[in-house]
Write a protein that binds this ligand. Structure first.
Ligand code: PLP
Length: 697
């Protein structure tokens, strides 16, 4: 494991000193080597080069998006077993045409999603599954390619929990069942039998089980040929074993190729591989800190801060992992027989038992080796322990590729039914977490209130929006559960009034929901102005679908005392009055806007007021906002209002850029009639300013 080596007495991951990293990142954490992932993948690719295989990385080994992306960029395909893995594989950039869907119990929903994405192939495992695939393919009017997974009844000589190709295992079909099913499928005009699949187990360290099962399978393929079923692909699954112990070497890939290549070449079949562990296993370590050293009558326990919830392999399979001190032990250092255990309330919570290790002291850091595969991906939050951070190293640089979960993450999806308890606030004298966000200069306090910690949004806005005595914000966005969309948002202005909708707020809440994992890049939320859908474009840019503008009334004459002026009214979720001015900076906003806002024509709701200068391919806009009762740096619904009116008056076409004092927005729309518009989108930035907590009394 040359990417994890001692240099001058310290354990390094590539060019990064792990001890130094522990000063920056709270332990325990997973640490991966970029170089090792690439090398392992290339070793497989190059060793099998004469068979030009499609190497589908098995996401179950480790589905971290960054690690998957490294492999998708190397040209790998993906082996998935769920709708979630399909989602992650696509996010990580794997081409759908290189995705293979395996698994003994695929659900209808995930099958449909995979067919819709046009994945390469399903590896099917039962007649029932084939019927579901056929029905959905027919309904969607799509063609589907399949392999049947056969169970060759071979002992791969590995742990019984990771043996999958023996007849007593739940996986695959026996040869006669498979033959019957191939013949049945051949009749379908939607589903095409194209290949055959085996996966006999994991952590296989000799080539012979592959050879034996392949011989059986190829004999069967020949028989199928005689029966008129010609298969093009042979998928031999994954399972390539790595070396967890010095004395137990890894599978020799070259040897495997030497003995199986002649069989495959003779059949002229295309090869598919599904390695997981071999690529990730020795590319990762689990870094943990020794909390206590406890001597009991019969044993000495090293109690570390990682637990079986973080790495379950030792508890589940009795798996062996080397443990190294992050500070290199001296040659003459004393060894002690110890159990390395975690803090979980289970006796099965151990990483090593009766192991002879160089003397370990409290406060030291240890690396549990070869934990890149089936480490994080099998972890849980048992004992309410937030799941760990994951760090990637490349040369001397490192990145957090997954943040450590917070306590809030632990309760994120929990719902306390409000009507089950009295109305008393849930957490007296407790903390309410909030996020301060900003979208084009409009700032908001965002509260995730799915646990109903906050009782009164109006009071909260009045108390915390003031800039001198509160947090300071133009408004408050309160996220709640919704039965109609991914979530619901209540919007309060700084004067405590509730707003139907706010364009900049919409971008902020959408980005918030994405960052907190409440939705993916696409989602929707409920507002008083209807359901709003959105898409996160890249880091901070968010595109929000706005409600269709209505109540458009052009060229309204307003008399304001002695003066009179003309403007245009419409509702873009909230009411707006748009006035065109020759020079935006000279617009008489302070004088006119409050009088327009309260004008009898717009009573009782009042209106926002937008001053707009039409420039070359751009509008410049300043807005007086109702509720804030003053000018804000930008207004999303105002930008939409200005763009729509500019289309009607000056024939400007979508997309229209709107420059505000807070930043630039883009408005997209389609014309659906004389004064009718549809598919209106507002795009702009939305950023987190900071996060904090408020005491609730
Ligand atoms: N393919 C299938 C169908 C599997 O079930 C598995 C894991 O059990 C793999 C591939 C990956 O196995 P490994 O990580 O041992 O290479």
């Amino acid at each position: 494991m040359e990417e994890f080596q001692y240099q001058k007495g310290k354990l390094f991951c590539e060019g990064v000193d792990i001890q130094n990293l522990t000063r920056r990142i709270e332990t325990p954490f997973y640490l991966y080597s970029y170089r090792k992932i690439i090398d392992n993948f290339r070793e497989i690719k190059n060793s099998f080069a004469l068979l030009s295989p499609l190497v589908c990385y098995s996401l179950k080994a480790n589905d971290n998006l960054t690690l998957c992306r490294i492999l998708s960029e190397e040209g790998a395909g993906a082996d998935i077993v769920s709708g979630g893995e399909l989602y992650k594989a696509l996010l990580a950039g794997f081409s759908p045409h290189k995705i293979i869907f395996a698994g003994v119990g695929k659900g209808e929903k995930e099958i449909k999603e995979a067919i819709e994405e046009d994945i390469f192939m399903f590896n099917i495992e039962s007649e029932g599954e084939w019927e579901v695939i056929e029905r959905i393919a027919r309904r969607l009017n799509k063609g589907v390619k399949i392999s049947i997974r056969v169970n060759p009844d071979i002992d791969p000589e590995t742990h019984r929990y990771i043996t999958t190709g023996k007849k007593e295992n739940k996986f695959g079909l026996n040869f006669s069942q498979a033959e019957k099913l191939y013949k049945e499928i051949k009749k379908s005009d939607k589903v095409e039998p194209r290949g055959i699949h085996i996966h006999i187990g994991s952590q296989i360290t000799t080539p012979y089980p592959y050879f034996q099962s392949l011989k059986k399978v190829l004999k069967f393929v020949r028989h199928l040929q005689e029966e008129g079923i010609d298969l093009e692909y042979i998928d031999i699954g994954g399972g390539f074993g790595i070396s967890y112990e010095e004395t137990k070497p890894a599978l020799k890939i070259k040897e495997l190729v030497e003995i199986i290549a002649p069989l495959i070449q003779k059949m002229e079949m295309k090869l598919i591989l599904e390695p997981g562990r071999y690529i990730m296993g020795n590319a990762g370590v689990l870094v943990t800190r020794v909390r206590y050293k406890k001597r009991m009558e019969s044993k000495t326990f090293i109690i570390v801060d990682a637990g079986m919830n973080d790495l379950i392999r030792p508890s589940l399979y009795g798996a062996y992992h080397r443990i190294k001190k992050v500070k290199e032990p001296q040659n003459d250092s004393i060894e002690e027989i110890v159990d390395v255990v975690g803090p979980i309330c289970e006796s099965g919570d151990f990483f090593a038992q009766e192991r002879s290790l160089p003397k370990i002291e409290e406060g030291e850091y240890l690396a549990i080796m070869d934990t890149g595969a089936y480490g994080f991906s099998m972890s849980s939050s048992y004992n309410a322990r937030p799941r760990l951070a994951e760090i990637l190293v490349k040369d001397k640089r490192w990145w957090i590729i997954r943040e450590r979960e917070s306590y809030q993450d632990l309760v994120r999806k929990e719902i306390i039914p409000q009507d089950l308890f009295s109305n008393r606030p849930l957490m007296q004298n407790s903390y309410l977490p909030f996020t301060k966000m900003e979208g084009s200069g409009n700032d908001f306090i965002i509260v995730d209130n799915r646990l109903s910690l906050l009782q009164n949004g109006r009071e909260f806005a009045l108390k915390f929006c003031p800039r001198k005595k509160g947090i300071g914000a133009d408004g408050v966005l309160i996220l709640k559960e919704s039965s109609k969309a991914d979530f619901k948002v209540q919007i309060f202005n700084s004067d405590g009034s509730e707003a139907e909708m706010c364009g900049n707020g919409a971008r902020c809440i959408a980005h918030f929901a994405y960052l907190k994992g409440i939705t993916g890049r696409r989602g929707s939320f409920e507002t008083l102005a209807g359901i709003i859908s959105y898409e996160i474009q890249n880091e901070n840019r968010v595109k929000v679908k706005m409600s269709d503008p209505h109540s458009i009334s052009l060229n309204i004459a307003l008399s304001l005392g002695k003066e009179s002026l003309r403007g245009h009214y419409l509702n873009t979720g909230v009411p707006h009055f748009v006035l065109f001015v020759p020079k935006i900076e000279e617009a008489p906003l302070e004088d006119l806007a409050p009088r327009i806002r309260y004008h009898s024509k717009f009573k009782p709701a009042g209106t926002n007021v937008d001053f707009v200068e039409v420039g070359k391919n751009i509008l410049r806009m300043r807005t007086y906002e109702r509720g804030v009762e003053g000018e804000t740096l930008a207004c999303g619904t105002g930008a939409v209002a200005s763009a729509i009116i500019s289309n009607l008056i000056y024939s400007l076409d979508s997309p229209i850029k709107v420059r505000t004092r807070g930043g630039e927005l883009s408005v997209y729309f389609e014309k659906a009639g004389k004064e009718k518009f549809a598919n209106v989108f507002l795009e702009g930035e939305a950023e987190v300013v900071y996060e904090g907590k408020i005491t609730i009394r």
